[in-house]
Every structure is written in C-alpha cells, then in structure tokens.
Design a protein around this ligand. Structure first.
Ligand code: PGA
Length: 249
C-alpha cells in the first residue's frame, strides 16, 4: 500500500512570518493519516524544521546541486538540505527547467546525488500546452521519465509529480480522464522499467491548481497518491482541507 502524500511547494514565497502557518497546520493535523511535506524556500528550511520537529510534518528543499560540495556560488547541496532538517527535495520543477535551463540529464544527476545523500526526491514531469495540443503529452512524459529518473529509484526514494505546465498557477486543471491517462501511463512505465514491486510502490502526485474545491475529485482518480500544491499550500486554511480530502480519499 502506498502511503498518500500531501506536498506543499512554497516556491519563492514566505519569510519568517510564514512559519506560523506551519504551527497552525501541525495543530490542525496532529496525527494525519497521510504524509505531509512542506518545501519552503532554502533560507527558511532549518527554522521550518525546528517549528515542525514535534509534529508529523516533514520539510523538503526545492532544488539541490548535482555536486556534493564545491565552488558553486548560490547553490545548495543535498547534504546541506539534510543538515537543515529536510528529508526530501523537489527536483526538475518546470519553473526550474524553464528559468534555469534544467534538462532531463541535469535532473537525473541531481536526483542521483540527492538519493545518495538519503533524501526522498520528488521529480516533476509535465507537458506544455503546445505539447498537449499537438497530442505529444505521453511522448513528453516518457522522455522525461527515462531522462530524469535514475536507475537507483525505489518506492522509498522516488515520488513523481505530474504537473502539466499549463495548469500550474493558472486555475486550469486537466479533466479527470486526462489526469488518469497520464498517471496510468506513468505507473505502467515504472513497472516495466523497475519491476512490479518498485513500480507499484512509487507515489504519483498530481500538481497544478489543486485547491480545496477540486482536491477530492482529483484524489479519487486511480493512481493519484496525493498532490504537489503551490499557491494553496501557503496558508494552513487552504492546505488543511486538501490534506483532509486526501485522508478521506
Ligand atoms: P499551483 O503550483 O498549485 O500554484 O498551481 C503547483 C506547483 O507548481 O507545484
């Protein structure tokens, strides 16, 4: 059985004042039936980890470098994330693929380093609107999977987030059939590449404009094991009903 996961991606939002949201979230969900992961910006990581230390909420980074350490000004290593109290890291988010020119092979190298360090990796995949309209979605997903996911992936160190780029921060959401099609496709490919045991144990998150009002129907889709939530993860009042919907799914 895959344990469901509600993951929040704060992106470049939040200063110390936002830590109160974690306190609130922890007090509303003292013993959740699902995993809860919040990925705040790097400067907040250790304080976020302190605030949530006595709770069931875990903390993750939003990126890490391919190298273990060295002359890479402005970057953060996987070990630094761990040292700050993170247990997971988001990799290959479409905003990083776009803003920082990250290619599949970069994501794969980062994932290898993060997995070697002992972090859970949340690897993001997803097509652009033009790619969907050209009926290329499944080809794009297949290429991103084989290019971005390292061979050492297991159900423990890999989570996949399917995030159609056109659904991120736009309020546009694919149909439930479209979500099901991609999630089923990812599951089959995982099983084929890693074997049934590993393939069935990797959690598949949907991401892109998840909110309290649409969470329950998305969580009812087969092979959706949770969500990666951006905007609606910033406030406990928005994220909490999404967690509850996942618990009830
Ligand atoms: P959104 O972002 O929920 O604000 O659409 C999701 C994401 O980019 O992870």
């Amino acid at each position: 059985m895959r344990r469901k996961l509600a993951a929040g991606n704060w992106k470049m939002n939040g200063t110390s004042a936002a830590l109160a949201e974690l306190n609130t979230l922890a007090s509303i969900h003292p013993t959740p039936d699902v995993d809860i992961l919040i990925c705040p910006p790097a400067p907040l990581l250790s304080r976020a980890a302190n605030v949530t230390a006595q709770s069931q909420i875990t903390i993750g980074g939003q990126d890490c470098h391919t190298a273990v350490s060295g002359a890479h000004t402005g970057d953060t290593s996987a070990d630094m994330l761990l040292d700050a109290g993170a247990t997971a890291v988001i990799l290959g988010h479409s905003e990083r693929r776009e803003d920082h020119d990250e290619r599949n092979e970069d994501v794969r190298a980062k994932a290898r380093t993060a997995m070697n360090a002992g972090l859970v990796t949340v690897i993001c995949l997803g097509e652009s609107l033009a790619q969907r309209e050209a009926a290329n979605t499944l080809d794009i997903i297949a290429g991103q999977m084989s290019g971005s996911i390292p061979d050492q992936a297991t159900g423990e160190n890999l989570v996949i987030a399917y995030e159609p780029i056109w659904a991120i921060g736009t309020g546009m959401v694919p149909t439930l059939e479209q979500i099901a099609e991609v999630h089923d496709f990812i599951r089959v490919r995982l099983e084929r590449r890693f074997g049934e045991g590993v393939g069935r144990s990797v959690r598949l998150l949907y991401g892109g404009s998840v909110k309290p009002s649409n969470a329950a129907e998305i969580f009812a889709v087969p092979n959706v094991d949770g969500a990666l939530v951006g905007g609606a993860s910033l406030k406990a009042a928005d994220f909490s009903p999404i967690i509850t919907a996942l618990e009830q799914s």
